[in-house]
Design a protein around this ligand. Structure first.
Ligand code: MN
Ligand code: MN
Length: 296
């Protein structure tokens, strides 16, 4: 990785961590989820980055892939456990980071601590040559030692330019993967801990989409929006909210784009037994000398 690319990763990380901390402070009882998501995405642009994916605000047993829709009335409520997960890119070089906030109460600090501490344990030893299964092993051991379960079918991932999930998975359990970390890689490590059994499933589709092909439909309105999506996001995920700012009938347009096979939707992922879920995430650059956390 040359210095120019490294600087872009570092800049994205700095923007993402600053916004993550400010947005976490905004997450108080009575605040609209929508206001937090829009703060994250407008600050991203103001600070010189672009959104790498829609702001995820996943509550309680929801682990990932919930973002508020354009008319979303949901407000944070006391006692909720909310995962804030955001992505910033600079010229395609991505920072992916997450934190868990408990609204008004302090009941689930041990659950949040389990994912937090397991990530810190990994970051203490991450570097070139480390087997990704051993990252999973540290996470699994640490989370279990606190009396919780890691989520086995959610993983961290490698990052490449304009590519959020670039092929390498970073497991949250000790699995069979033979892969190791190599200098020049960028990776996101994201331990999930739960009071449930440690698996998630997608039950219904959410408000997050991505372009999967740019082939024209023949319909002027649809083809225009396809072009706009591609110009703004390439093949990175985008929210319904963005479409709602550009068309009168976002639901109808999105449904038609789905039917034409131009876009795909991300199902909202929930813990299968309804367990509460915590998550913490940092992005790390692997260098010859070790790991550099971009999102501190
Ligand atoms: Mn993330
Ligand atoms: Mn991630």
């Amino acid at each position: 990785m040359n210095d120019e690319i490294k600087e872009k990763y570092l800049k994205a990380g700095k923007i993402a961590s600053r916004i993550r901390d400010q947005a976490a402070d905004m997450m108080t009882a009575g605040t609209l989820l929508l206001d937090v998501a829009e703060f994250v995405e407008s600050e991203t642009v103001r600070l010189g980055g672009k959104s790498a994916f829609p702001t995820n605000l996943a509550t309680d047993n929801i682990a990932a892939h919930y973002t508020p829709h354009s008319q979303d009335p949901l407000k944070f409520r006391p006692g909720e456990l909310v995962k804030l997960d955001l992505g910033v890119h600079v010229d395609g070089y991505i920072a992916d980071t997450a934190v868990t906030v408990e609204i008004s109460t302090d009941r689930w600090a041990p659950l949040i601590g389990a994912s937090h501490d397991s990530l810190e344990m990994v970051l203490d030893s991450v570097g070139p040559g480390m087997l990704v299964r051993n990252i999973g092993g540290i996470i699994e051991r640490t989370v279990r030692s606190r009396g919780f379960e890691p989520i086995s079918n959610l993983t961290g991932h490698s990052l490449e330019r304009f590519n959020l999930h670039a092929g390498l998975s970073i497991p949250n359990i000790l699995d069979e993967s033979p892969a190791d970390l190599k200098p020049g890689m960028a990776i996101a490590i994201e331990p999930f801990a739960t009071t449930g059994v440690g698996r998630v499933a997608g039950r219904k589709s959410g408000n997050i989409f991505k372009l999967i092909r740019i082939k024209e439909t023949g319909d002027t309105e649809l083809d225009d929006i396809i072009k706009q999506i591609h110009d703004e996001f390439l093949f990175l995920p985008f929210p319904e909210r963005w479409v709602a700012k550009r068309t009168e009938r976002p639901d109808k347009v999105l449904k038609r784009l789905l039917r034409h096979g131009n876009i795909a939707t991300y199902p909202i992922l929930s813990e299968i037994k309804g367990g509460l879920v915590s998550q913490v995430e940092h992005t790390v650059l692997i260098t010859e000398k070790g790991g550099i956390v971009t999102t501190r």
